[in-house]
Design a protein around this ligand. Structure first.
Ligand SMILES: Cc1ncc(COP(=O)(O)O)c(C=O)c1O
Length: 356
């Protein structure tokens, strides 16, 4: 069940990026208070995710530096979304493409990469939450072996955060209700989206609270990585972000993957909007902070993709019956926020359609 149109395929050298819709939902908080959460639906980008922006920016950056010419091989480590967009753009631009993924990468994402002609290598899960290190080792091996291979390096390229400053955040602020948000919640993996959005918000909306959303067991915002038996793709990382600095966020929300999945199930059931796990995590974190702080009434969430390709969200997060179970052991404040999401509803009167 979703009211979100399928993302169009890109067809040319450029991804055909577009301004994505900003869809508000209301969350009753009790005591007559309501938070409005504005969902920036990046599943509407070509290739179905926010990573269309990143892929195009990474390739443009290398081309501007003269590091790519047709026939060379683009290599990248990806949890899925970046790989789909890179594979499509490499096909359009005449580059070979090798993508290193891991067992949590959805099969349908791998199918899309290979349909674009990319070679896909899946590394084995590494204990201790360090599978990303195995992916990066595989990238480095290819770079050593193949003199034509070029790494887009989403973990360090300045093009990654920059595109979220110049486009993602600029669109959010342009479309904001009365030109402002009280807070914005962004989930992290490489941290490129958060760092880029934060740069823009600090400059243009300095009063907005920035909520960095990470997974329990992730090291993206610091701390040691740990096993995550139920791990949502694209949420958190086994390595610390190379982009996020302490000034980029006011609050750090650490959420369990299963709680983010439960949030997705509630939002889908109550509003018809299908969100990927990292987007569900952002909405859950926004709800926690809105419940804590009455000053937070208009909140934005970057929603990197939809839930369609994630089996764990379409049939695991809610037992397949559309009725989400309460994940056992959630901290009290998270349980309370999940309970509040049982009341989430669409606010179609204020929908902001996509604008380029
Ligand atoms: C679904 C999803 N959400 C969030 C992110 C995180 O984005 P970033 O790497 O900019 O932190 C990714 C990155 O791959 C993703 O695929």
């Amino acid at each position: 069940m979703t009211d979100v149109a399928p993302a169009p395929e890109a067809t040319g050298r450029t991804a055909g990026l577009r301004g994505t819709p900003l869809r508000p939902v209301r969350v009753p908080l009790g005591g007559g208070r309501t938070a409005r959460i504005w969902l920036k639906l990046e599943a509407q980008q070509p290739f179905g995710s926010i990573k269309a922006r990143t892929a195009e920016a990474l390739l443009d950056h290398l081309e501007a530096a003269g590091a790519l010419r047709p026939g060379r091989r683009v290599v990248e480590s990806t949890s899925g979304n970046l790989g789909i967009a890179l594979a499509g753009l490499c096909a359009a631009r005449g580059y070979r493409c090798t993508l290193i993924v891991e067992p949590t990468t959805p099969g349908s994402s791998i199918d899309r990469m290979t349909a674009y002609g990319a070679e896909v290598v899946t590394v084995a899960e590494v204990p201790g939450g360090r599978t990303v290190d195995a992916r990066l080792d595989a990238v480095r091996q290819i770079l050593r072996r193949d003199g034509d291979a070029v790494w887009t390096n989403q973990y360090e390229s300045p093009a990654n955060p920059r595109v979220h400053t110049t486009r993602t955040a600029a669109e959010l602020v342009r479309d904001a209700p009365r030109g402002r948000f009280d807070a914005v919640a962004v989930a992290v993996s490489t941290g490129g989206t958060l760092a880029g959005v934060a740069e823009y918000f600090r400059d243009r909306l300095p009063d907005a609270r920035i909520i960095a959303v990470d997974a329990v067991g992730s090291a993206a915002l610091g701390g040691a990585p740990a096993d995550r038996p139920f791990k949502l793709a694209g949420f958190g990382s086994g390595r610390v972000s190379g982009f996020v600095r302490p000034c980029h966020f006011d609050h750090r929300a650490l959420l369990r993957d299963e709680d983010a999945a439960a949030a997705c199930a509630r939002i889908r059931r109550r509003t018809g909007i299908s969100l990927g796990g990292s987007a569900g995590a952002a909405v859950l974190a926004a709800t926690v902070h809105a419940a804590r702080d009455p000053a937070l009434r208009e909140l934005a969430c970057v929603c990197p993709d939809s839930g369609e390709k994630y089996a764990e969200l379409t049939d695991g997060g809610d037992g397949g019956d559309g009725v989400p179970g309460e994940p056992p052991g959630a901290p009290a404040e998270i349980s309370a926020a999940l309970a509040l999401l049982e009341g989430v509803c669409p606010d179609e009167a204020h929908d902001v359609p996509p604008a380029d």
